[in-house]
Design a protein around this ligand. Structure first.
Ligand code: NAP
Length: 549
């Protein structure tokens, strides 16, 4: 148990989170801007997402060499990845290596959660309080809390009554779980469950999967990283990163073709097969340019994937249950290894809870609306996240005039560029809602945000600017831009966590900028180059600064 404290600290900046975002933000503030910064992190170590999501099979879905920091040539050259797609433990080791290399740990307060964040407009300072009794007063407040860090566990009636062990893929025990000889139930078939299910099935006596919506999962095609390939990448890391930044999702797919209708049906099948074999997101983001825009193009790929599922699952009834019928790729495509074959095992059963939802948790397991009950020793929730806004609301932010972020965003997130919100001056969100975030290579997107924030702070310090926040009208414009691009694609047509519709009662809006990282960076840079067009810059008054310091 970590000790309580009663400390009041005055500092330049507070950063929340010690994942990719928090680590690079701390390094930048401290070592590039020469500022004092406090970082608070709920876990007892660095890693963020990769600290918590330790479930069996957790691994990255974009290739290891892309999914890493680019800001330090030394780090790029020193670190080597062992697999094409790194597993959770290796990514966590990488982040520990970065923290040690940059000597970051001493400036991070672990096992500490922020409980309130209040802007005091008399002195233009944030007051941040933690569950351990810290009070920190700072000028700049930066969120590195991530987009998928607040788990959404259904509140079924009888939730606490299950007598066996309960687990969540989003917060897996550090010592691991041995399911040998155990019967297990898992709720959810999203990207996390699809990685975990094959490995749990290999160990457990019996695994029951409760599926509400099947997924168009495609093979990851992981393997050992060849030394020659790693050497080649390290030899041209600069170009490798430039290509990544210029691509739509931050990972280049050089075999992408413009339109599925320009190829003959035979060539289409061959190209889809090649993309399938390339693995990862190649089919989703790198096959044809019209797949996520045109329903007819989409239907061809959807049927291609369904046919693959039918070929891989022996029992035709089970295969059909595993075949999705919504638009392909409108939910984030999971990547899998032996997922569909897992349903050929005698110790695995699939329960379709779409027509027959879970009605309650019992002492022995789960009961369905029909009255059917399923009993097991262990129950796993892999039911997703209150994405984007959940982790920000947990910071309990109150801005100007006592307005809470939760209230200001009651209908949808209101931001300019996904970076800042009106009435919350000097509060910056790394990978915030309405930025490219989860649909761009995360480490590269994080770097772009951290560097924009650092340049903004540098500009403010050099020009005696006390506060920055977006104009309200610009937030409406940016919402229009984000929704406009999203509505030109098929993505908003499906209920997903991109729109908030996985959370009962959450207002619906598309929360990812889909225009690509390069276009997004241009807009951010143009705003900065035009004296922060779309933002309100507040001058410092000498008396305010005197009171604050
Ligand atoms: P998810 O994709 O949101 O999946 C949640 C699953 O739980 C869905 O199958 C959902 O069904 C089901 N579910 C939710 N509430 C339910 C309820 N009340 N009753 C029954 N079923 C319920 O969550 P996730 O699998 O944790 O993945 C979230 C995101 O994390 C991914 O999309 C991805 O971006 C990221 N992720 C990344 C990696 C990686 O490799 N880098 C790995 C794992 C996850 P419905 O579909 O019907 O709502």
């Amino acid at each position: 148990m970590t000790a309580q404290t009663n400390t009041t600290i005055h500092t330049d900046a507070v950063v929340v989170g010690a994942g990719f975002s928090g680590l690079y933000m701390l390094h930048t503030l401290r070592d590039k801007l020469g500022m004092k910064a406090e970082v608070f992190e709920a876990a007892d170590g660095v890693g963020g997402t990769w600290y918590w999501n330790r479930y069996p099979g957790a691994r990255c879905d974009i290739s290891s060499y892309h999914y890493s920091f680019s800001f330090s040539e030394e780090i790029q050259q020193e670190w080597s990845w062992s697999e094409k797609y790194a597993g959770q433990a290796e990514i966590l080791d990488y982040l520990r290596f970065v923290a040690d290399k940059l000597d970051l740990r001493d400036d991070i307060t672990f096992e500490t959660r922020v409980v309130s964040s209040d802007f005091d407009e008399r002195i233009n300072r944030w007051t941040i309080k933690t569950n351990r009794g810290h009070t920190v007063i700072c000028k700049y407040y930066i969120s590195g809390v991530g987009t998928l860090s607040t788990a959404a566990i259904p509140s079924y009636p009888g939730k606490g009554s299950f007598k066996g062990n309960v687990y969540a893929t989003s917060n897996w025990p550090h010592e691991g779980v041995d399911f040998t000889g155990k019967t297990v139930g898992i709720v959810g078939t999203g990207a996390s469950a699809i990685q975990a299910i094959p490995l749990i099935a290999e160990q457990a006596k019996h695994l029951t999967v409760f599926q509400r919506t099947p997924n168009y999962a495609t093979p990851l095609q992981n393997g050992q990283m060849e030394e020659a390939e790693a050497r080649a990448i390290k030899g041209r890391y600069g170009e490798f990163r430039t290509e990544a930044r210029a691509s739509l999702a931050g990972v280049p797919f050089p075999n992408m073709r413009e339109s599925i209708f320009k190829d003959s049906p035979e060539d289409v099948q061959k190209h889809l097969e090649d993309c399938w074999n390339d693995g990862g997101f190649a089919l989703w983001l790198g096959s044809y340019g019209d797949v996520l825009f045109d329903e007819k193009a989409n239907a061809i790929v959807a049927e291609f994937v369904r046919n693959k599922i039918r070929q891989r699952v022996n029992d035709p009834k089970t295969a059909e249950l595993l075949c999705p019928d919504y638009l392909y790729g409108t939910k984030r495509q999971p990547c899998e290894t032996n997922y569909f074959e897992t349903y050929n095992r005698d110790n695995v059963s699939l329960v379709d809870i779409k027509p027959n939802p879970i009605s309650r948790v019992t002492e022995g397991g789960l009961e369905l609306t029909s009255g059917d009950s399923h009993e097991f020793d262990c129950l796993i929730y892999s039911t997703g996240f209150d994405a984007f806004t959940g982790p920000l609301f947990n910071l309990n932010l109150t801005g100007r005039h006592g307005v809470r972020l939760k209230d200001y965003w009651s209908e949808r997130p209101r931001t300019n560029l996904g970076l800042m919100s009106n009435g919350f001056p000097n509060f910056f969100m790394i990978t915030g809602p309405q930025s490219p975030s989860v649909l761009f290579n995360m480490p590269l997107g994080i770097e772009q945000h951290v560097e924009w924030i650092a340049d903004t702070i540098r500009h403010m310090e050099a020009n005696g600017i006390a506060t920055i926040e977006p104009e309200k009208a610009r937030e409406d414009q940016w919402h229009g831009v984000v929704e406009g691009i999203a509505n030109s694609t098929l993505l908003p047509k499906t209920n997903t966590w991109y729109t908030g519709s996985n959370i009962p009662g959450k207002p619906r809006s598309f929360m990812v900028y889909l225009g690509g990282g390069a276009a997004y960076k241009r807009v951010c840079d143009e705003a900065a180059d035009n004296d922060y067009a779309g933002f309100i810059l507040g001058k410092a008054f000498a008396d305010q600064e005197a009171v604050a310091s």
